[in-house]
Design a protein around this ligand. Structure first.
Ligand SMILES: [Zn+2]
Length: 379
């Protein structure tokens, strides 16, 4: 609401200045026209003061219509409509502005950016991209427009284009985004892997790890490739490297090991067994038990838990274990399972957002590799 009030006040000021500075012949205009110009403004301010921003907006639109030369008023109005979620009206305002033949070049850039933001807010990504492109034609090193395009390309999994935009952004800002690039390469590797293009998948995973050795998704693609190609030694190396360089995300690979049954029995299981006995990492053990229950049977999960002599040491750990091994009709089990489904297990080190499932890119601040597993959950 404060932003809205500020914006309306800014418009009121712009219009007031415009009215004060207007040419002499306009002052001599008939009183009726004067009324038509001033009264919506005064009414607008009045509504504003009596805390009725909707009615104030309506009057301000009237002012902008009458004072057609005031581009700033249009820009501020569009901004206001967008912040109120009225995307259609914001779009119309910015489009009208761009259609004006006398519009200065500097306002053109702003209007394209504003229109792009309208479309992006409304989820019309193609149109948003087109407008950002128009803005970049006016100013090719506009970091904000480049960043917005990058975000949209990432959102639509167009990793190659995204990587190109990242390079442009690096040049404009004179900064290196090598870890960000590693994640883009790891996404490309995953995409190639899913399309059975194993050669490219290998190449992109390698490039990702050259840039950032702790890039867990790239390490996971490498392990999955090795498993698929029955490269037992490479798979084992991959698993050990994941443990060494990205331990917090290690549990994610366990279901994948279980899905390759013969590898799991010959190499995977002994490896997990060794890691457990050496490090006593509860996250590893719980992920193992959960994966066994999901992919094999609850009985297997229980056997593993007993054999490894696993004892939960916190409320969170005991809830996770109970969700898997508890009796089906038990109220505690029901609670534990509900908690397991909805517990936010990962939080972003940049913006603090918490999510249920792992993500490599933060859904809120869009940083890469900043979501880490939470060790303790308030229950
Ligand atoms: Zn974040």
């Amino acid at each position: 609401m404060n932003t809205l009030l500020l914006a309306i006040t800014a418009i009121a000021l712009v219009v007031l200045v415009a009215l004060v500075l207007r040419p002499v012949q306009e002052i001599d205009a008939p009183e009726k026209e004067e009324d038509a110009r001033i009264s919506p403004l005064l009414r607008g301010i009045n509504y504003l003061l009596s805390d009725e921003p909707d009615l104030a907006l309506k009057e301000m639109v009237q002012v902008a219509r009458l004072r057609s030369e005031a581009a700033d008023v249009y820009m501020a109005l569009g901004e206001m409509f967008r912040s109120k979620g009225e995307i259609g009206r914001a779009v119309r305002i910015h489009q009208n502005l761009l259609a004006r033949p006398d519009l200065p070049k500097s306002v053109h850039l702003q209007a394209h950016l504003a229109l792009a933001t309208d479309f992006q807010t409304g989820g019309l990504l193609d149109r948003a991209l087109y407008q950002y492109q128009k803005a970049l034609e006016i100013q090719s090193d506009h970091a904000g427009a480049l960043e917005a395009c990058l975000r949209i390309r990432e959102q639509s999994s167009e990793w190659l284009v995204a990587e190109d935009l990242l390079s442009r952004l690096e040049r404009v800002r004179n900064e290196s985004y090598s870890s960000h690039r590693a994640y883009l390469f790891s996404e490309m590797a995953r995409q190639c892997f899913q399309q059975d293009n194993t050669e490219e998948a290998h190449a992109y995973a390698k490039r990702a790890l050259e840039l950032d050795e702790s890039c867990a998704p790239a390490r996971m693609v490498k392990i999955e490739l090795a498993l698929q190609e029955n490269q037992t030694e490479a798979a084992e190396d991959g698993i050990r490297n994941l443990w060494q360089h990205a331990r917090e995300h290690f549990p994610l690979v366990i279901p994948c090991l279980l899905q390759h049954e013969s590898f799991y029995h010959s190499h995977g299981r002994p490896l997990l067994h060794d890691l457990w006995h050496e490090f006593h990492d509860a996250e590893l053990m719980l992920a193992w038990i959960e994966a066994l229950a999901n992919i094999q049977t609850t009985k297997e999960a229980k056997l593993c838990c007993d054999e490894m002599a696993f004892e939960p040491r916190s409320l969170r750990q005991s809830l996770r274990l109970h969700a898997v091994l508890g009796k089906d009709n038990d109220a505690h089990t029901r609670f534990a399972r509900q908690w397991r489904k909805t517990a936010r297990n990962f939080s972003c080190e940049q913006c603090g957002v918490e999510v249920v499932e792992v993500r490599w890119q933060c859904p809120q601040c869009h940083s890469w590799g900043t979501l880490h597993p939470k060790s303790e959950e308030k229950v």
